[in-house]
Design a protein around this ligand. Sequence first.
Ligand code: URA
Length: 425
Amino acid sequence: IDAVRIIEAKRDGNELDDDEIDWIVDGYTRGVVPPEQMSALAMAVYFRGMTDREIARWTAAMVDSGTRLDLSDLTRAGRRVPTVDKHSTGGVGDSVTLVLTPLLATWELAVPQLSGRGLGHTGGTLDKLEAIPGWRADLDAATRRRILEETGAVICAAGADLAPADRALYALRDVTGTVPSIPMLAASIMSKKIAEGTGALVLDVKCGSGAFRPDRADADELARVMVAIGTAAGVRTSALVTANHTPLGRAVGNAVEVAECVEILAGGGPPDMVDLTCALAQEALAAVGIDDDPRERLRDGRAMDSFRAMISAQGGDPDAALPVAAHTEELRAPDSGELTWDALGVGRASWLAGAGRTRPGETVDPAAGVLLHRVEGDPVRAGEVVATVHAGDPGRVPAALTELASALEIGAPGTARGPAGVVLG
Ligand code: URA
């Protein structure tokens, strides 16, 4: 087996066999197959796709690049608890994990969440949480388990032990234009979720311009492939396809999204974020046999207490001030009418402001991002401030502002397409 032959086979539209898949995933993880060859293969997969068998094998090879945890004997307060997790395929303004994880942990269960960093125009849960002073994404397996048993919630990076192939591939895909490949998306997400040891999983498959696969048919296909992989691996898996044609919530970035989540945990926050969080919570609870109302626990402070415990357990200070951008600039409505925001454009504006990366390993600006003062469907008047760009580097503001302006449309009444977060299927 050699890498060139595997690349050529996929380039020419052939199916890879199990040995070839195992060999190249293992070789890339160990540094034997260089990034230029894996980049070429990822691009070939992007154009040629993979059969269900190839995707399942690729995912299994990624899981086997590390250890698969067994959390079936996990306890809280001396009692065995089921594990359930949620993962999003990536969207704009999607900080649901920050609220959902501690919310779910208020029941007798545990949420062993392995998350990622920003990919392209989408933010990453870990990048967002790192805006909280002191908070650490990297935990060893023993610490992760201890925190899970103590608080029921953990959000951390997949370390060297869990699906290390994904860590390497994720960074490579991010900078080679290969993120939107359905096989690559499915294998990335499912390898982490299978390796982390969760018993049940709810997938939030994004649809609309904020998603890596904007089309409904592609979102449905991605959902189908991931549910099949999870189910075959013994994880009770379900998926909701949800709208992300416009940003979810009002904040897009790192610290600004954390601040919005804290509002939600205090019983307020944007209704689209609250509704989606509760829809996913209900699905996750159903997966472990619980029928209850998640809204109550956002309103009565239980989810907030759980969030504070989760943040503190990972070294964060839940009372510390979040980073504030040194530079802000407002965007005003050019006309009067009904407003729409394109999710991709707003995500790109936040990225250009410094919230994401353009090179592997780059540090992100925790204070960078966009705050929307008016959202999809709001009536606006010409000259009214509709959004603010936040950035630490003033040199980044003009490009972010230009991108943001092109994501804005003001139309006649009836132009708006409804809120983000709506469950489509
Ligand atoms: N989330 C992941 O973990 N991987 C992807 O490829 C996209 C979103």
